[in-house]
Design a protein around this ligand. Structure first.
Ligand SMILES: Nc1ncnc2c1ncn2[C@@H]1O[C@H](COP(=O)(O)OP(=O)(O)OP(=O)(O)O)[C@@H](O)[C@H]1O
Length: 359
């Protein structure tokens, strides 16, 4: 068995370079059988696979090493390093192993069989309030633990919050740490990133990114779970940006008809323009909405994750011909495009693409 250890040094980008996981260069199909596709991004495809010896299921994330003609191994190593740092976080998907082929580095991840919570952000499929508060408590626990280690996720959205099982509805697992950063590694972090509907105003304004940036996204996710609507989505990305920067949110009774007023109060404390005035994860954990005893009943007709979501998030064609094989349109995710803001050039371009409380 040939194995290689990658150990990139920290570059000026603030990417983490040290990993413990050995990258296996033997073909992974000697040990695992691919059984289906779980999702796609611009530079990654995630497949379900079974460990032949045990029958255990995993999610294999195939990450391109070359993107837009550039060697992006450092980005992949960084994603692995962040996952390793979060190994003891029960709300973060576990990195089991890694493989390497000519084109990809493959991350073998714990399989979250219940699909994305995005599937419950639809007016016809909303969860009971008691389930929503349970999932948000778990999400906050995960985010709080990340923030305690100065890691910010920066791409929290309903497509990156998965469930361990569908029926009964399982626990949450946070995935996709490709944009995550360790605060303090590059001075002020003003860079990047995110998906237009979920990005905080400070990102649009090129202001410093802090842990509060993730809490904005938690507010957006909470809004979507409660109302089935995306609070800032406009007809185009300019309108979305304007909605975000003006914090144009519909808090009407109509939008919040099926939940208590405490839900509105919770969300109002997160969708706050000034990051310093936003609730932290620890603040949120003590909010009464999350601890009120609402009934928890299962959705009436749970369907399989594949039926409810096909997982592709790219509505715009890829810029690099290398990426075309990874591109399909999906109306479920057309509003979830990711853009990268290049601060230095003042340009906005489409990107390559401990709480002890009971949870
Ligand atoms: N561990 C997992 N178990 C089950 N499904 C998964 C797992 N990891 C990812 N997926 C599915 O694959 C999708 C894409 O995964 P991920 O977000 O990590 O890829 P990505 O290419 O980085 O996506 P994006 O380009 O949107 O950031 C997820 O939204 C989810 O539906």
């Amino acid at each position: 068995m040939s194995r290689r250890r990658l150990d990139n040094s920290n570059g000026p980008t603030g990417l983490l370079g040290e990993i413990q996981t050995l990258i296996n260069t033997e073909p992974m199909d000697s040990m695992y059988e691919i059984t289906g596709e779980l999702g796609r991004g611009k530079f990654a495809v995630v497949k379900r696979c079974m460990e032949k010896a045990t029958g255990k299921m995993f999610a294999a994330k195939f990450l391109r090493k070359r993107r837009q003609g550039r060697d992006c191994r450092a980005e992949v190593v960084h994603e692995m390093a962040v996952l390793e740092a979060a190994r003891n976080n029960p709300r973060v998907v576990n990195l089991q192993a890694a493989y390497e082929t000519d084109h990809d580095i493959i991350l073998l991840l714990e399989y979250a069989a219940g699909g994305e919570i995005f599937d419950y952000c639809d007016c016809d499929e909303l969860l009971p309030e008691g389930q929503i508060t349970r999932l948000i408590r778990q999400m906050l626990e995960g985010v709080h633990l990340l923030h305690q280690t100065s890691v910010v996720h920066l791409d929290l959205k309903p497509q990156n919050i998965l469930l361990t099982s569908l029926a009964p509805l399982g626990d949450i697992k946070i995935v996709d740490f490709g944009l995550a950063r360790k605060l303090g590694t590059v001075g002020e972090l003003r860079e990047i990133l995110g998906t237009p509907e979920y990005v905080a105003p400070e990102i649009l304004n090129y202001e410093p990114i802090t842990t509060a940036t993730d809490l904005w996204s938690v507010g957006v996710i909470a809004y979507m779970l409660v109302t089935g609507e995306s609070p800032f989505a406009g007809d185009d990305k300019q309108e979305t940006y304007l909605n975000v920067s003006q914090v144009n949110v519909d808090y009407s009774q109509e939008a919040f008809s099926r939940v208590s007023e405490l839900a509105v109060d919770f969300i109002r404390k997160l969708l706050v323009k000034t990051p310093e005035d936003r609730s932290s994860a620890a603040d949120c954990m003590t909010h009464p909405w999350l601890w009120h005893q609402y009934p928890i009943t299962e959705p009436i007709t749970p369907r399989t994750p594949r039926e409810r979501s096909s997982g592709n998030k790219w509505a715009a064609p890829p810029e690099d011909p290398e990426d075309k094989e990874n591109f399909t349109l999906d109306s479920h995710h057309t509003h979830a495009k990711r853009f990268r803001f290049e601060v230095e050039g003042e340009r906005a371009t489409q990107a390559s693409p401990s709480c002890d409380l009971p949870l």
